[in-house]
Design a protein around this ligand. Structure first.
Ligand code: HEM
Length: 514
């Protein structure tokens, strides 16, 4: 934060406690709030009470540090001969709070998994998120508006949209965050970094509003579109940010049970088109999408079709407990004519197209859940050191330390498990991943959202009313406790995934009685 160069003594500041002039000090910076008294959300009286004094403790007991950056123009100078002791983080900085960063980013710790390119990508993307994504995320989350076209284009130009799709040929030759990583080297640890860093704004609705539909929808085009020209046209349009895409599988009739879908696609007598009728529900990004990758019943099984927005396609927003920024949508298809060339994969065998997406989607969600838990740990550690109750800091209460211990342990254990699975993903072929990792990823996702449940519960108890308040100090905690359930349902409910994990283990049980 830039502060004017004027300096004052503490005695000079003390004189500004009059009707016309209200000054105080926060960490050696002098603030003149005389014209801000009316506008202060916490009221005028509290500011008058600290006029002329050092209000550092009072301020940090009630505000997030970022408030000072937002109101930087109230600063008029500093105290002569004194040095600021409170850190103002710069875009891209790592947090100095213990456990706020995964161990591989903590200076004293080593990890076998991360190379230079991972560290370079982490630094570059952290800065990109801090500078470009966080301000838009906060605004959209608050107002329920959708991601801006300007941000989409910035992400496109920096190769961020490409990287969100994970490793693959679509990254070859693309400039990724000014050369932070070569597209050919990009692996699942780079992918994890993209997922985890993207969570740091602490805006769960926006997190999905930020092109989550593309992450799960475009994969089907890249892997299953048979016409190379069509594949190129659509991926170019989506990667450039001109067009938006989403995956439309779930319906009011069927969620995790994809075999029960009722949207139908019937071929026209000339065999050139399908006529699609039906509905889709809880479709992320649907309201602003141009393309819908849809699961439909084609009589003898499930098929996946690419449907373009046009005649007969209607979308409307669904109100959810997370922000409208996610663009969660109800879709109706009413006699929509779709060219047969838009079939992705084989007719009646769409289940393979859908299943092929699941592992990566669930793994990505797990990366995010675990990183969001860490953000809650960071916020809670800061708050517990800052907040004074009954004349003590919260952190001085053993009961609070015990809650933090549990939160940290859940966070660290799940990150370690995630890294172990990610390492397998880097070293297994697609077929091996399909065979061996569906179960472990399902179990990891189930366990992560159970952990999130515990973390949310303990965090709210630490934060009290602020954990239930959308603005101010507890913003991140409130967002987390209101939205963690999102990940416990989407991409396969906890119970379904837990069962999948055990059923997969059953397949590998030795036949002998043991
Ligand atoms: C430059 C100095 C200050 C600025 C820019 C500022 C700004 C704000 C803002 C934006 C809020 C809304 C809540 C949030 O977003 O965090 C707020 C709330 C509040 N502020 Fe300040 N404030 C300042 C100094 C102070 C001081 C020194 C005190 C007390 C001595 C104080 C007492 C309060 C109170 C009691 C609330 C309501 C907190 C709550 O609802 O939990 N403020 N202030």
């Amino acid at each position: 934060m830039d502060v004017p160069s004027a300096t004052f003594t503490r005695d000079e500041v003390a004189k500004h406690n009059t009707e016309d002039s209200t000054w105080f000090i926060i960490d050696t910076v002098v603030y003149d709030v005389s014209d801000f008294l009316d506008a202060h959300p916490g009221g005028e009286a509290v500011l008058r009470q600290v006029a002329g004094t050092d209000a550092t403790t009072a301020f940090y007991n009630l505000h997030r540090h970022e408030v000072l950056s937002k109101y930087a123009d109230l600063a008029v100078g500093t105290i002569q001969g004194e040095k600021q002791s409170i850190l103002s983080p710069k875009p891209g900085d790592l947090s100095p709070v213990p456990y706020a960063e995964p161990l591989w980013l903590t200076p004293a710790f080593k990890s076998p998994y991360y190379k230079d390119s991972h560290r370079k990508l982490q630094r570059a993307f952290r800065e990109f998120v801090d500078v470009h994504i966080t301000p838009v995320a906060l605004e959209c989350e608050r107002n329920g508006t959708h991601i801006t076209q300007d941000l989409i284009e910035k992400m496109s130009a920096a190769g961020v949209l490409h990287m969100r799709m994970g490793p693959g040929k679509h990254l070859h030759g693309v400039n990724l965050l000014n050369g932070a990583v070569d597209g050919k080297e990009f692996d699942y640890f780079h992918d994890m970094i993209m997922s985890q860093e993207g969570v740091r704004p602490g805006c769960r609705g926006f997190q999905d509003g930020n092109m989550a539909g593309m992450v799960i929808g475009l994969t089907c085009i890249l892997n299953y579109c048979k016409d190379p020209a069509m594949k190129k046209r659509i991926s170019d349009e989506v990667f450039s940010g001109q067009k938006k895409i989403c995956l439309a599988i779930t319906e009011a009739f069927a969620g995790s049970d994809v075999a029960g879908l009722r949207a139908t696609a019937v071929k026209t007598p000339d065999g050139k088109h399908y006529i699609v009728n039906g509905t889709k529900k809880w479709i992320t990004n649907g309201v602003f999408s141009d393309y819908f990758v849809c699961g439909v019943n084609t009589g003898k099984g499930l098929s996946v079709l690419l449907i373009e927005r046009g005649e007969g396609v209607e979308t409307k927003a669904i109100k959810t407990s997370y922000s409208a920024a996610a663009g969660t949508t109800y879709i109706t298809f009413d006699n929509v004519k779709v060219p047969v060339e838009n079939l992705l994969g084989e007719e009646h065998k769409g289940i393979y197209v859908i299943l092929s997406n699941f592992n990566h989607e669930r793994w990505t969600m797990t990366c995010a859940t675990i990183r969001y838990m860490r953000l809650v740990v960071e916020e809670s550690l800061k708050w517990a050191h800052q907040r004074l109750v009954f004349g003590k800091r919260l952190i001085d209460q053993p009961v609070i330390r015990l809650k933090l211990a549990k939160m940290i342990a859940l966070c660290e254990s799940h990150q370690s498990w995630l890294e172990t699975i990610t390492y397998q993903m880097c070293n297994m072929s697609y077929a091996e991943q399909a065979k061996h990792l569906g179960g472990p990823i399902g179990l990891l996702k189930m366990s992560s959202t159970r952990a999130a449940h515990e973390v949310a519960d303990d965090a709210v108890q630490i934060w009290g009313g602020r954990g239930l308040t959308q603005t101010g100090m507890g913003r991140v905690i409130e967002n987390f406790q209101r939205t963690y359930k999102f990940d416990a349902i989407l991409g396969g409910a906890e119970e379904v995934l837990g069962d999948l994990g055990v059923r997969q283990a059953m397949k590998f049980m030795p036949k002998a009685m043991l």
